[in-house]
Design a protein around this ligand. Structure first.
Ligand code: ZN
Length: 385
């Protein structure tokens, strides 16, 4: 072996030795980012979820047909053929509408859209999960409906105080904003499960079983095509994420139905209910006036104080600020709710109870939801007084 060749070989061997652990760790990271449908299913705990927990769409239509005080109707059908129900309480007070909201604002007379101040009751709009795996709000809203009907939640716990607040308002409750996504969510609850379970069921996988993950999953929309593996519960059966539909030229039926309802009802307050890993948080609504953002911040203050009283965790208050040009926020469903109806809109994020993050129990998740509704109703009723 010649001298230069032997030196070259030693260098190659050296590089190979140095690279070995690196290649190993890349492979390990890749494995951690990969999950097949069979693996995801095998990871679902064999357990009995609490009776008060609502983790699927089965039985919802029957439940809504049996209401005594509330009225249920179907406002849209999903691409998968599933009904999207609206449940209402309190009569709609007739108001004259001479202009749509943005024209009224252009005319410097918001009351030309609706003189909301002339209404006796506040109108509050609860938009249940448009992300199918975020069933914490489905549980919350179905329990809320039970409370409005009977005064008790599905645990049998007395909730007369919350019922009294609710019956002083007009309530628009859309328990399931994306029934296709919810129907695809086999675990029915992520409580006690892991970070990658959330990634699999929430955002899904590419065709090579790699987890799509956030924010990459938003970089292809509609999420359809040969490169898609398991379609995450973010999406309806046509691959549309209703939070990011094209609001001026809609691709799916869910977001337009939600916005049409807001436009017709002119809610004072509207929430889009979501879930995430950290503590409960009200998010700053983007592309709305500072005064509207301030309103959300004040609601957060009230809500977080109630959570503290009840030994439940919470985030810090949302900022009030101008839009950012470096890393702009998306104009999402929450922003659109303001621009069609003038409602104070916000996104709420509830903890799933994922291991290693905000490890709340199912009971605590329900309390976090019901406490939010209480804070929202109190806030709007106080404004009317
Ligand atoms: Zn979400």
């Amino acid at each position: 072996m010649s001298q230069p060749l032997s030196r070259t070989l030693s260098i190659v061997v050296l590089i190979a030795v140095v690279m070995q652990p690196f290649k190993g760790s890349v492979r390990a990271a890749e494995e951690a980012d990969r999950m097949t449908y069979a693996q995801a299913k095998a990871r679902i705990p064999q357990r009995q979820l609490p009776d008060f927990w609502v983790g699927g769409v089965q039985g919802l239509a029957d439940r809504f047909e049996r209401l005594h005080r509330g009225t249920a109707r179907v406002i849209a059908i999903s691409p998968g053929g599933r009904p999207i129900h609206l449940v209402t309480y309190g009569t709609k007070e007739p108001l004259q509408q001479k202009a749509n909201f943005n024209s009224a604002i252009g005319g410097r007379l918001p009351s030309a859209y609706m003189d909301k101040g002339a209404r006796k009751k506040p109108v509050v709009f609860f938009v249940g999960p448009v992300h199918g795996h975020e069933v914490e709000a489905l549980t919350g809203l179905v329990n809320f409906i039970e409370i409005l009907e009977t005064g008790k939640d599905l645990r049998g716990r007395d909730q007369m105080r919350l019922r009294q607040l609710g019956l002083q308002c007009r309530l628009l409750i859309l328990p399931a904003g994306n029934p296709d996504g919810i129907a695809r969510f086999e675990p029915r609850s992520l409580q006690g499960m892991g970070h990658n379970d959330l990634r699999f069921w929430g955002q899904g996988t590419w065709s090579d079983d790699m987890l799509c993950g956030w924010p990459h999953v938003k970089r292809q929309h509609p999420l359809v095509g040969d490169n898609v593996g398991f379609l995450g519960c973010y999406f309806n059966d046509a691959g549309i994420n209703p939070m990011h539909d094209e609001f001026f030229a809609p691709m799916g039926p869910e977001a337009p139905a939600i916005l049409r309802l807001a436009l017709e009802e002119g809610p004072d307050l509207a929430v889009s209910l979501h879930s995430h890993e950290p503590v409960p948080a009200l998010l700053r609504p983007a592309y709305v006036p500072m005064s509207v953002q301030q309103d959300v911040r004040m609601l957060a203050e009230r809500y977080y104080a109630l959570l503290e009283e009840r030994n439940l965790p919470h985030s810090s208050l949302p900022q009030v600020r101008a839009e950012d040009s470096d890393s702009p926020s998306a104009f999402n469903l929450t922003s659109a709710l303001y621009h069609v109806s003038g409602a104070t809109p916000f996104t709420f994020e509830c903890p799933h109870g994922i291991q290693g993050f905000c490890e709340v129990t199912h009971e605590q998740i329900l309390d976090i939801q019901l406490t939010l509704y209480e804070a929202m109703l109190r806030d709007e009723l106080d404004k009317k007084r």
